[in-house]
Design a protein around this ligand. Structure first.
Ligand code: SAM
Length: 267
């Protein structure tokens, strides 16, 4: 039998703790009719548990050797796509939405996966994802904390995010150097705030955190926002331009984005 040597460059830390696997499966609330997307099935610890439910699993694996082993299993419920999930067109991949995305993500791609999830959020029903603890903390961080940033604001705008279980390094082979956490992300039926223009909102949030040490006004100007629009929007929303981006609530980001939209378009 071929023993697979874990490849560091693909972030291969294989889950071997049955308790953590149980918690992931329970949190996924799997029901008849669900379709599952797994990113990085690896040697299949999670995949096997998902297949035991009898539900269809679409799995994307970058490692050709591991992908080929899974493909050979010829399980009618398992479709394996070999490739880099960040290079695949998600519109093609998510042909039969909605999906439950369940994955022990490689740490180095988790932020990029989340930005894809945001873009395609209508295609997801529920997400159970393993993160490096620090990334997980950023996702649930509230305004005013050091961890609060672009991902916290954008993900919380469209998802309810809850912690499922903390995971120590020993739950994996080989053990990573960091702690991990599994989070449940549930898409909200409506975003937490009323937004006139989502694209502007995203651009505002990125701009507000572009230079964290600067005031909100300077950070926005540094990212290309025009001073006259920005200043009128601050005045209209009564948001102090000397504040730092990390102190703004989602609601304040929303009001500011809507005021900027009105000012820029003369609406
Ligand atoms: N799901 C398995 C488990 O829980 O034991 C493996 C998890 S391991 C942390 C991450 C997996 O993602 C590895 O199998 C790795 O090869 C795969 N992977 C890494 N980068 C990827 C990418 N860009 N696209 C698809 N799969 C990737």
């Amino acid at each position: 039998m071929n023993i697979h040597r874990p490849r560091k460059r693909f972030g291969q830390n294989f889950l071997r703790d049955q308790h953590v696997l149980d918690r992931i499966i329970t949190a996924a609330q799997l029901h008849e009719g669900d379709r599952i997307l797994e990113i990085g099935p690896g040697v299949g610890a999670l995949t096997n548990r998902l297949l035991e439910t009898g539900l269809p699993v679409l799995a994307v694996e970058i490692d050709r050797d591991l992908g080929a082993i899974l493909q050979k299993r010829a399980d009618k419920n398992l479709e394996v796509v070999i490739g880099d999930v960040l290079r695949i067109d998600w519109g093609d991949l998510l042909r039969n939405p909605p999906y439950k995305l369940i994955a022990n993500l490689p740490y180095n791609i988790s932020s990029q996966v989340l930005f894809r999830v945001l873009e395609h959020r209508q295609s997801f029903q529920r997400l159970i994802l393993m993160f490096q603890k620090e990334v997980g903390e950023r996702l649930i961080a509230q305004e005013g904390s050091r961890e609060y940033g672009i991902l916290s604001v954008l993900m919380q705008t469209w998802f309810q995010i809850d912690r499922v279980v903390k995971v120590p390094p020993g739950a994996f082979y080989p053990p990573p150097k960091v702690d991990s956490v599994v989070l449940c992300l549930e898409p909200l039926t409506e975003s937490r705030i009323d937004l006139v223009d989502e694209e502007r909102y995203r651009k505002l949030v990125r701009g507000a955190f572009a230079q964290r040490r600067k005031t909100l006004r300077n950070s926005l100007l540094g990212s290309g926002w025009e001073p006259e629009h920005v200043d009128r929007a601050f005045e209209k929303t009564h948001i102090d331009p000397r504040r730092r981006g990390e102190t703004l609530t989602l609601e304040e980001f929303g009001r500011l984005a809507n005021a900027l939209q009105a000012d820029e378009t003369g609406a």
